[in-house]
Ligand binder design. Structure first.
Ligand SMILES: [Zn+2]
Length: 285
């Protein structure tokens, strides 16, 4: 065949094997107001409330849910906490469950395909931040190494002083573009609607996220400042805080913020909070 004929034949083949629109990469449309998508990133079973400064009977359901959050702002996106079990542990779309005898961790589905289905693959995520670096908040951190990482210096230092096994989930962030946050509030998009607040104690640079959503109003996504709602009334902090005095001071500061702002409190691990909130692909605005 001559070139012209070959080109025509190739064009036919290409059009015949073109991806159906459902498989082509979705691109999210631009939005003019703030919204948050919640993902079910798993469940931890077998926790003992006594380890969290509580008595046995203080918590009816001791399960801890693990949400991941995508914040979409007109000026960019922020991924906040990225799961308990890495996507690499999934075989296809089947749920994953792991047990060490006393504790069971599970996750219903991988995170990145859910983000891609909404039109937000990691390449579209402007910023990544974690409430803190524990394994149940950072499982997919390496996937966001191309985003700008928002972190306190004390947290980053603790992360890269941790064991190599622990670092494996986030080791690629060492080379990421990084903004070291101040101890004061940090306004992510410059308009007061997405604020990272410093709340050290659980870890050296633990942080929480204050949103001003257009319809829902102010919301505080509180990381592990509290794990169970009952801890808000407890006089003791959890047993394994990096700094217990700091935890109690951070809790008091955020209780004052909640009172002054009227913000809803979303305790990340609290199943009751999680069950009443809309999940992706739906969103809260
Ligand atoms: Zn946690």
């Amino acid at each position: 065949m001559r070139c012209l004929e070959i080109c025509a034949a190739l064009a036919l083949i290409v059009s015949a094997v073109a991806l159906p629109s459902s498989l082509a990469q979705k691109i999210a449309p631009p939005f003019t107001s703030l919204r948050v998508y919640l993902f079910d990133c798993g469940l931890i079973k077998g926790e003992d409330p006594v380890a969290y400064g509580l008595n046995k009977g203080d918590v009816k359901n001791t399960d801890m849910v693990v949400p991941c959050y995508l914040i979409v702002h007109p000026k960019g996106t922020l991924m906040w906490d990225v799961g308990l079990i890495p996507d690499s542990a999934f075989k296809g779309d089947k749920p994953v469950s792991q047990s060490d005898g006393s504790e069971t961790t599970s996750s219903p589905k991988p995170l990145l395909p859910q983000l891609a289905a909404l039109g937000y693959p990691p390449a579209k995520i402007t910023y990544v931040a974690f409430s803190h670096y524990h394994f149940d908040h950072t499982a997919n951190a390496n996937a966001f190494a191309g985003s700008t990482w928002l972190v306190h210096a004390a947290e980053r230092d603790a992360m890269f002083a941790a064991s190599p096994e622990h670092q494996a989930a986030y080791s690629r962030l060492r080379a990421s573009k990084t903004v070291i946050l101040p101890d004061t509030d940090y306004d992510v998009f410059g308009d007061g609607t997405v604020i990272i607040k410093s709340t050290p104690g659980h870890t050296p640079g633990h942080q929480v996220l204050a949103l001003k959503l257009p319809r829902t109003g102010p919301v505080l996504i509180a990381g592990d400042l509290w794990h169970y709602a009952a801890e808000r009334k407890a006089s003791k902090p959890p047993e394994s805080e990096a700094n217990k005095e700091q935890t109690m001071a951070s809790r008091a500061a955020m209780e004052a913020y909640l009172k002054q702002s009227g913000a809803q409190l979303w305790i990340e691990h609290d199943p009751q909070t999680f069950s009443r909130l809309k999940k992706a692909p739906d969103y809260i605005d």
